[in-house]
Design a protein around this ligand. Structure first.
Ligand code: SAM
Length: 300
């Protein structure tokens, strides 16, 4: 696990309480990050075919040599791009040391560690570390996290070689898994949960679901393509789908628990109780439904 966030050991009894607090904070942080890492890995697995179709669609006259994956997470895009472009090497950038560590471990398992270089950086900073001269920059589900997207887009523009391509993949919201009439006692529960989460998150992620085309143009890019990807998968395709649904809904529970009615919260907890009779894992009517949009923007 990452050591960057390990709290400095405290000495002396008077610091015991703070030390426990710091440890509890650290554990909560690591659990949250593990939760996110697990979801990112499951997402990569579940939508792998769609991601492959996006990398195949990119308007690239020649195969890229140097790719930057911005906000790479645990490597969903990195590994799809390594597969698609066997001659390329990738600089994978993220703020999370844990995600980068996980990505490096996967690269070793796959024998691609020589082709991946990780950089830990906060892309909200005005000045970015030197990312080399990429001919393709990929940012999937990361641009909407940026506090200053216009500045980030200009940084990407300046980093790319002339003629290089920026691929932005974004999603309007979290995927849906349940039928509208589920669960039996609280039909429509999933939509109510998402509505509550959207209201809470709109304030600090105003660019989620935005139209990136005009912003890319304003940053100096020529938008050469835009494509909407509809994911609609039957839950029976893979056992990962049940775990993916559980992971996503558990995370959303953390955001909205205090905004749900007691009846909805109980029904949600029953879905999330993986050992219980109402567990999502026991359902045979799950689907994965989500929309993604890709913009291909050229630095001319
Ligand atoms: C939803 S995840 C997407 C990960 C990956 N691109 C994928 O498609 O699975 C968003 C990622 O952006 C990273 N991120 C968010 N804000 C960031 C920032 N200011 N600087 C660097 N990375 C950031 C997060 O750590 C996280 O890994």
């Amino acid at each position: 696990m990452n050591h960057a966030h390990t709290p400095t050991p405290h000495h002396g009894a008077s610091h015991g309480h703070h030390h426990e607090q710091a440890q509890a904070h650290e554990q909560a942080h690591e659990q949250a990050m593990d939760g996110q890492a697990e979801i990112l890995d499951l997402d990569a697995e579940v939508v792998a075919e769609h991601t492959a179709s996006v990398t195949a669609w990119l308007p690239l006259p020649t195969a890229p040599h140097h790719i930057v994956d911005l906000g790479c997470g645990t490597g969903a895009g990195t590994f799809a791009l390594l597969d698609r472009f066997p001659g390329a090497h990738i600089t994978a950038v993220d703020a999370s040391a844990e995600h980068l560590q996980r990505l490096r471990t996967k690269a070793c398992t796959r024998g691609t560690q020589e082709r991946v270089h990780t950089v830990q950086a906060d892309l909200d900073e005005a000045t970015w570390p030197d990312l080399g001269s990429p001919d393709l920059v990929w940012a999937s589900a990361s641009m909407h996290h940026m506090a200053h997207p216009e500045r980030a887009l200009r940084n990407v523009h300046d980093a790319l070689v002339p003629g290089g391509l920026f691929a932005v993949v974004e999603l309007a919201g979290h995927p849906r898994f349940l039928p509208a009439d589920a669960p039996e006692e609280r039909p429509g529960l999933e939509e109510r949960i998402h509505a509550a989460a959207d209201r809470r998150q709109a304030g600090h992620m105003p660019h989620r679901g935005a139209d990136w085309g005009p912003m890319l143009t304003a940053a100096g890019f020529t938008v050469e393509g835009e494509r909407a990807i509809t994911v609609n998968l039957d839950g029976s395709r893979s056992e990962a789908i049940g775990r993916y649904a559980t992971g996503i809904l558990r995370r959303i529970r953390g955001i909205v628990a205090d905004r749900l009615t007691p009846e909805d919260l109980t029904a949600l907890d029953q879905l999330l109780d993986t050992g219980g009779p109402h567990s999502i894992l026991r359902r045979d009517d799950l689907t994965v439904r989500t929309e993604r949009t890709v913009w291909a923007a050229r630095r001319t």
